[in-house]
Design a protein around this ligand. Structure first.
Ligand code: 5GP
Length: 116
């Protein structure tokens, strides 16, 4: 059994977070340490620890991450200028919370994707 993280508690509204969107598949809330003017985390409600744990049964929730990202980017007014969607995996990917999530980051020019 995968170990629950703080994100499960946010999804169940047991601890506070600025939740921007929630449905039966995903929850979106503001990152507690924003790295850009807009920094939102979009999370499947089901616990998938990392991208390595993705299964076919998760496709609906993972597809929903993108449609919700699109909606929230439009609402944040960053769709036209653009933004970045990031999923980190494990140590080399810099993953800190082991409940798969998509970062929606924007509101300024973000520069190169990776340090050169
Ligand atoms: P990762 O490095 O795992 O891709 O990103 C985890 C993100 O979760 C980080 O950007 C971090 O700031 C955010 N985070 C960690 N704990 C909390 C929390 O309790 N509440 C919220 N809103 N964000 C959190």
């Amino acid at each position: 059994m995968a170990q629950e993280t703080i994100f499960s508690k946010i999804i169940r509204r047991e601890i506070p977070a600025e939740v921007l969107y929630q449905d039966e598949l995903v929850t979106a809330f503001r990152d507690i340490h924003p790295r850009a003017p807009t920094h939102i985390l979009i999370v499947p409600n089901v616990l998938i620890p990392t991208a390595n744990d993705v299964e076919a049964e998760h496709e609906a929730a993972l597809g929903r991450l993108f449609t919700v990202a699109r909606k929230l980017a439009a609402e944040a007014g960053i769709a036209q200028n653009g933004y970045r969607l990031i999923v980190n995996c494990n140590e080399h990917g810099g993953q800190e919370v082991f409940h798969l999530h998509m970062h929606l980051v924007g509101g300024k020019a973000l520069g190169p994707m990776l340090a050169r």
